[in-house]
Design a protein around this ligand. Structure first.
Ligand code: HEC
Length: 182
């Protein structure tokens, strides 16, 4: 009988031992895992937090809204690559594809041309991004980056057809568009 009791005791001891080993090893492993995971989540939250990410990217995003010489030059190149088939190399709406189109592509050299949207920078950007529904004017949101569409907007703003109708984006307005508070 006592022999049986002893073996019971030994089995208990063995069980306690295994249990305490699980706690002794498992706790730090879990803590470490939880800590690392928490750190990753923290880093993610930091990067996706609107304010922090705007601090990181504010320089580039503010600059793309600016009607600067640099952006205008970039827009001019992009126009020659993407827009001349319809709008023409001279931006006068006389591209090789123009004769086949109704309504015809906009003539950016003519201040009296009728426009679907306003010639304000944000509306021009919108047209380039979304296209003009029901016409041949395509959407460029998939093929050109936001920055490139803004560059095109700044370039178009320098053409005679925009005279007095396009207010070049100055630094204060660019900051506003970038969602920065002064
Ligand atoms: C396949 C032909 C085609 C191409 C390519 C094209 N456009 Fe157009 N675009 C048109 C047509 C047609 C219109 C006239 C749309 C209308 O009457 O609403 C137009 C109109 C516009 C307008 C004036 C919209 C308004 O409010 O009246 C802008 C700005 C413009 N295009 C910019 C561009 C830029 C920038 C590119 C190159 C990135 C480009 N387009 C490429 C055909 C084209």
């Amino acid at each position: 009988m006592s022999e049986h009791n002893d073996s019971m005791k030994n089995q208990r001891l063995a069980e306690y031992f295994i249990l305490s080993m699980i706690i002794a090893i498992g706790t730090p492993v879990c803590l470490l895992w939880g800590f690392q995971n928490g750190e990753r989540m923290g880093a993610k939250a930091f990067l996706s937090n609107g304010q922090n990410s705007s601090v990181i990217s504010s320089k580039t995003s503010m600059e793309m809204f600016l009607s600067s010489t640099h952006n205008i030059e970039e827009g001019k190149e992009l126009f020659q690559k993407n827009c001349t088939a319809c709008h023409g190399e001279q931006a006068d709406g006389k591209g090789p594809a123009a004769t086949a189109l109704t309504p015809p592509p906009r003539d950016f050299m003519n201040p009296d041309a009728k426009w679907t949207r306003s010639r304000e920078p944000q509306d021009v950007f919108k047209t380039i991004s979304e296209g003009s529904p029901g016409t041949a004017m395509p959407s460029f949101s998939a093929s050109l980056a936001v920055k490139e569409r803004w560059a095109l907007t700044h370039y178009l703003g320098t053409l005679p057809g925009m005279k007095g109708q396009f207010k070049p984006v100055d630094e204060a307005t660019a900051r506003n568009l970038a969602g920065e508070t002064p």
